[in-house]
Design a protein around this ligand. Sequence first.
Ligand SMILES: [Zn+2]
Length: 155
Amino acid sequence: MSSNDAPSEGFSSLAIHEAAHTVACLVEEGTFRYVTLRPRSRLSEGHIYGMRRIGVVARGVISLAGPFAEAILLGDGDRGELPTLIKAGSSVDMDDVDALGLSEEDLTLVYDGAVRLVDEYWEDIVMVAELLEKRRTLTMGEVYQAMWAVRSDVA
Ligand SMILES: [Zn+2]
């Protein structure tokens, strides 16, 4: 699946950012209550509420999936420049990853995991972003349904 066939209309960069966090959360077997595009504070525009997830590496992957998906949407999705793109994308998410205190080895796992996940689940992320843009808020169940819709389209 290519990351280059992204539609550039139908959703904002904030929607693709938050959609990527939610899809990553589900792929990493975490859970959340809902995701919204409504601002929580001046620092954080959208937000996922009630997220629970497994280990710190998974948590890092979920954090980086947002800015990486945003970078791809904005047309600079060259994987070789991932750390630069992520830093440009969202300092809040980078701060979250820094706060995990990961080893160099785990940080590499987080970067590679986020790249792979966003690439592999790009179609799901786009689908969720379109729905999120329309409804502004989605529960975890609604995100799951959007992901299943992608699966049944392919079948
Ligand atoms: Zn984010």
